[in-house]
Design a protein around this ligand. Structure first.
Ligand SMILES: Cc1ncc(C[n+]2csc(CCOP(=O)(O)OP(=O)(O)O)c2C)c(N)n1
Ligand SMILES: [Mg+2]
Length: 368
């Protein structure tokens, strides 16, 4: 088996060709949902209803949607700061509102973002610092690459219990320079653990461009040092992400061990919204325009048109691509997308902010 080839079978069909028309349309809608989450939260902050830093996944939605869509409910994920929609898109296929699905609801995610009492973090923190065992979501931390060793442990435990779960971890390309990235993947490789490490190569780690992060073109080549497959996906094409992640997941599920999938994408805005103005200065305008050009919603729409899954009229109904938060309106998104997020935001706004004197509660073990 070559380090780059997971499935080398002759005549092997790309996994997306086995998706139904309904699946493809659901994937398209999920791209809108992920984008809407982003632009709407920025609007909420601008109108003064939300505080805290927002880490935009604008233009990176195909990585999140395409990697999650083919997973089993029992699989585990570890989203981080760039992957907020992943928390509510896990196991969401055709059942966004189903309370029995294994993932988080939009209400949980919104109340976390708003830092309210009913959130998983009970207002002790906000944004992505959540996770839950029963949701098969590994708790996100601020320590880059810090969830990969946890993922290896989760995979090991599941295997000992006779399970067949695969654990998918999400990491920016910058985090691959961390020592723990190497240690954890090496451990997973040696023990043949079913851990798929996604590298979201959005070309920037805060203010550092990729050529100052790594001396090779493809971060997927990091895999060569561990003797595991390293695949490269077009991170703007949700179906290519789906194909590469599904190949990696099948490889792991069959007992062959871990792999890396690099998804090439582009960070459309600043590192967080606090960095938007600065990023406009440290990044060349032409490069930013170039990087934003290949919008994942537009690329998916063109494919669905080509495959006959959308008529021209249907394809033109919602045009969210290429627009920043200030340019979009609710009419650019399917109504069910707007309704779903509205439910989350209303829940968050109705949830109380805890009194300040409760701040230390649940932080340390209570000894009575
Ligand atoms: C170990 C560690 N070092 C530094 C930081 C500060 N930090 C947070 S995000 C970030 C950039 C991450 O870049 P990348 O991994 O490419 O992810 P992206 O934000 O581009 O999605 C840095 C330096 C951190 N959280 N953890
Ligand atoms: Mg990055």
């Amino acid at each position: 088996m070559s380090a780059t080839t997971v499935s080398a079978k002759e005549g092997h069909k790309p996994p997306h060709q086995l998706l139904s028309k309904e699946d493809c349309l659901e994937i398209f809608k999920q791209l809108f949902l992920a984008r809407y989450f982003d632009v709407r939260l920025i609007k909420e902050k601008k109108r003064g209803r939300l505080k805290g830093t927002l880490y935009s996944s604008h233009n990176q939605e195909a990585v999140i949607v395409g990697s999650l869509y083919g997973l089993e409910s029992t699989d585990w994920i570890s989203p981080i700061h760039r992957d907020m929609p992943g928390f509510f898109l896990k196991d969401a296929k055709f059942r966004w509102r189903d309370e029995n699905r294994i993932g988080m609801s939009i209400k949980e995610v919104c109340s976390q973002v708003w830092g309210r009492s009913d959130s998983p973090g009970r207002a002790r923190d906000n944004w992505s610092h959540i996770g839950r065992r029963s949701a098969n979501i590994i708790h996100s931390t601020s320590m880059l690459a810090g969830t990969i060793p946890v993922a290896a442990g989760v995979a090991y435990a599941d295997r000992m219990k006779g399970g067949n779960a695969v654990v998918v971890t999400y990491n920016g390309e910058g985090s691959t320079a961390q020592g723990v990235f190497h240690e954890a993947i090496n451990y997973a490789a040696v023990h043949k653990l079913p851990v798929v490490t996604i590298i979201e190569n959005n070309q920037w780690a805060y203010g550092t461009p990729t050529h100052l992060e790594y001396s090779l073109e493809d971060f997927a080549r990091r895999a060569d040092g561990y003797g595991i497959p390293g695949l490269v996906a077009d991170g703007q094409d949700v179906f290519d992400v789906y194909d590469k992640v599904m190949e990696a997941v099948s490889f792991s599920r069959a007992g062959n061990g871990p792999s890396i999938v690099e998804c090439k994408t582009f960070r459309a805005y600043g590192h967080g919204d606090h960095d938007d103005d600065r990023a406009a200065k440290y990044r060349p305008t032409q490069g930013v325009e170039e990087g934003r050009k290949r919008d994942p919603i537009a690329i998916c729409r063109a494919k669905l048109l080509d495959w006959g899954y959308l008529s021209k009229e249907e394809a033109g109904l919602y045009m969210a691509e290429g627009k920043g938060s200030a340019q979009t309106t609710n009419e650019d998104f399917p109504p069910e997308v707007v309704e779903y997020l509205n439910e989350g935001i209303e829940f968050a706004l109705a949830s109380p902010v805890p009194p300040a004197e409760e701040g230390g509660k649940w932080v340390f073990k209570e000894i009575s």
